[in-house]
Write a protein that binds this ligand. Structure first.
Ligand SMILES: [Zn+2]
Length: 111
């Protein structure tokens, strides 16, 4: 294989990897594993349900940049929820999400 062909191949793989990372998630959000448990379709891990806090009856629009990142993952932590109650997030609610989707979202959003 010529060196130019190898470089083209490497460039193509790098472009494909970057494109796949930025593609919105189109598959199912959850699947059943072999034991019948509902798990994240991407990570094959059980979903976590926990208490979170939000300000109900307030319309908020997530910045497009973060909304697009959130679309890449089937089960990220929902936008505008916090795990601790505060003045800005007083209302208790439960949320279900995948810890790995939430982690991957945080890493991508920090870039
Ligand atoms: Zn996940």
């Amino acid at each position: 294989m010529r060196k130019v062909d190898m470089l083209r191949g490497t460039f193509f793989i790098a472009c494909a990897a970057l494109t796949s990372c930025a593609t919105p998630w189109h598959g199912p959000k959850t699947v059943q594993n072999a034991s019948g448990q509902t798990v994240c379709a991407r990570h094959q891990t059980p979903l976590k349900t926990e208490v979170a806090y939000v300000k109900l009856w307030q319309c908020r629009l997530e910045a497009e940049h973060y909304a697009r990142i959130r679309e890449r993952f089937p089960n990220p932590m929902p936008a505008f929820f916090h795990t601790e109650r505060s003045r800005d997030y007083p209302d208790r609610i439960t949320v279900t999400y995948c810890e790995l989707c939430a982690h991957d979202y945080e890493v991508a959003a920090a870039d």
